[in-house]
Design a protein around this ligand. Structure first.
Ligand code: PLP
Length: 403
C-alpha cells in the first residue's frame, strides 16, 4: 500500500473508488470513460488521484509496452524537449533517418513514412497502394478487422457498428471473411491492388487466424500481383513475442503499418514500405505537419532498441506463464481463451458481461480492456514480471468467483 493511502485509511478518509459511469461535461461524448483518473505511472503500475495503486494490464491499449515513466525514454524525450520541439518536414531529420533505418532492418523492407497515429499510417498505406496500382484501386480487407476511424481507414474497417451514421464510405474496398483462404479468389478482379489485414484481429477480441494464413495470403498476392498490407498497429513492437506478429508466419509484406507501442505513448505512426512501393512515393504526394515529430522520434529510437531479442524472449516466457495461469482458474463462465504473446482475449459465455468484469477488476486495482460485450482483453506491458502475473491471476480468480 502506498503511504498516502495508508494515512488516509488510518484517518478514516479513504474513499474507495466505485466504478460507475459519469457525465463527460464539456468533453465530446464519444468515449464511455471509467470514472477513475490516473495521475502517475511507474513501471507496470498506475496511481489514481486518490493515490490508489493499480496493476496495468492494458498498457493504454497496447501502447506503453515498456511501462510508465521509463528512465531511458524519459531521458531521451527530456533531452529533445530541451533542444527542439518542431521544425517541420521541410528540413533534414537525422533522427528520423536513424529510426527509419532501424525499422527497415527489423522489417526487411525499404523505407518509412512517419505520421502521428495508427489511422494515419493506414491512410498512407491506402494512398500508396492506390498510387502503386495506377488505374486499379480495389483493396480487400477482412470482416471484423479494425484499421482506424478516419474515412479511408474506416472504409477499410469491415465492422458495421463503426460505420453507423458516417456513410457513404470511400469506394474501393471489398470485404472478405477473415482466416478464409478458399473464397478470396472470387473477390479478386482486374481492379484489385491489395489485401490488407491485421495478423491478429485485436479490437474484434483477439481473433487469431490459423498458422499459415498470412503465408497463403502472401502467395495469393504474388500470383495476382497484389500488395500485401499488414496492419501491425496493435500487434507490432514486440506485443506477440516477435517484433512484428507476421514474423511468426515468416513472410515479408509489401507495406507494414505501426503506431501504438512504437513511442511508448508519444503519438507516432509509421508506414513501412517495400522497394516497389517506395518507387511511387515522390515529394509532395503525401505529408504530415507533425509526422515524425522530434519528441516522438526520440522516444521511438529508444523503444525500438529496447525491444530486442532479450525482451522478446521475456515476452514469450511471460506469455506462457500468463496463459497457463488463466487456464488454471478456468471456470464454466469462460467460453474461450485466446492468447498470442501478451495479447489475450478471454471470451465469456453469453450471460456474463466482460465490461462488468473489467469494472470489478478495476475496483480491485487491475486495469484491463474489453472487446464488445463478451471479451476481456489483456494487453499487459511487455516488462511484466512473474509476480505481476500471479497477482493478476489471484485477483481475477476472486472476481470470477463473485460472478
Ligand atoms: C489494428 C489497428 N489498426 C489501426 C488502429 C487505429 O489506430 P489509432 O487509434 O492510433 O488511429 C488501431 C487502434 O486500435 C488498431 O488496433
Amino acid at each position: 500500500m502506498i503511504p498516502q493511502v495508508k494515512i488516509q485509511k488510518e484517518l478514516g478518509l479513504f474513499k474507495e473508488h466505485k466504478v460507475d459511469s459519469k457525465s463527460c461535461g464539456p468533453l465530446a461524448n464519444n468515449y464511455a470513460r471509467y470514472p477513475v483518473e490516473f495521475e502517475k505511472g511507474e513501471g507496470v503500475h498506475l496511481f489514481d488521484t486518490d493515490g490508489k495503486q493499480y496493476l496495468d494490464f492494458l498498457s493504454g491499449i497496447a501502447v506503453t509496452g515498456l511501462g510508465h515513466n521509463h528512465p531511458m525514454i524519459n531521458e531521451a524525450v527530456t533531452d529533445q524537449l530541451n533542444k527542439l520541439w518542431h521544425v517541420s518536414n521541410l528540413f533534414e531529420a537525422s533522427q528520423q533517418e536513424l529510426l527509419a533505418q532501424k525499422l527497415v532492418e527489423k522489417s526487411g523492407l525499404h523505407s518509412v513514412f512517419f505520421c502521428n497515429s495508427g489511422t494515419e499510417a493506414n491512410e498512407a498505406a491506402i494512398k500508396f497502394a492506390r498510387k502503386w496500382g495506377n488505374d486499379r484501386s480495389k483493396i480487400l480487407t477482412a470482416v471484423g478487422g479494425f484499421h482506424g476511424r478516419t474515412m479511408g481507414s474506416l472504409s477499410a474497417t469491415a465492422q458495421f457498428k463503426t460505420w453507423e451514421g458516417f456513410t457513404p464510405l470511400l469506394p474501393g474496398f471489398n470485404y472478405i471473411p477473415f482466416n478464409d483462404i478458399e473464397n478470396i479468389e472470387y473477390s479478386i478482379d482486374e481492379n484489385t491492388i491489395a489485401i490488407m489485414v491485421e495478423p491478429i484481429q485485436g479490437e474484434s477480441g483477439v481473433i487469431i487466424p490459423d498458422e499459415g494464413y498470412l503465408k497463403s495470403l502472401r502467395e495469393i498476392c504474388e500470383e495476382h500481383n497484389l500488395l500485401l498490407i499488414i496492419d501491425e498497429i496493435q500487434t507490432g513492437i514486440g506485443r506477440t513475442g516477435k517484433f512484428f506478429a507476421h514474423q511468426w508466419d515468416e513472410i515479408k509484406p509489401d507495406i507494414i503499418t505501426v503506431a501504438k507501442g512504437i513511442a511508448n505513448g508519444i503519438p507516432l505512426g509509421a508506414t513501412i514500405v517495400s522497394e516497389k512501393v517506395a518507387e511511387i512515393i515522390t515529394p509532395g504526394c503525401h505529408g504530415s505537419t507533425f509526422g515524425g515529430n522530434p519528441l516522438a522520434i526520440a522516444a521511438a529510437n529508444v523503444v525500438v532498441d529496447l525491444v530486442d531479442e532479450n525482451l522478446l524472449e521475456k515476452v514469450n516466457e511471460s506469455a506462457t506463464l500468463l496463459e497457463k495461469s488463466i487456464h488454471l482458474i478456468f471456470t464454466n463462465k469462460i467460453k474461450e481463451i485466446r492468447c498470442k504473446g501478451l495479447m489475450v482475449g478471454i471470451e465469456f459465455v453469453n450471460r456474463v458481461s466482460a465490461k462488468e468484469i473489467a469494472k470489478m477488476l478495476l475496483n480491485k486495482g487491475i486495469v484491463v480492456g474489453t472487446s464488445g460485450d463478451s471479451v476481456l482483453r489483456l494487453l499487459p506491458p511487455l516488462i511484466i514480471s512473474k509476480n505481476d502475473i500471479i497477482e493478476f491471476t489471484v485477483i481475477f480468480e476472486k472476481v470470477l468467483q463473485q460472478i
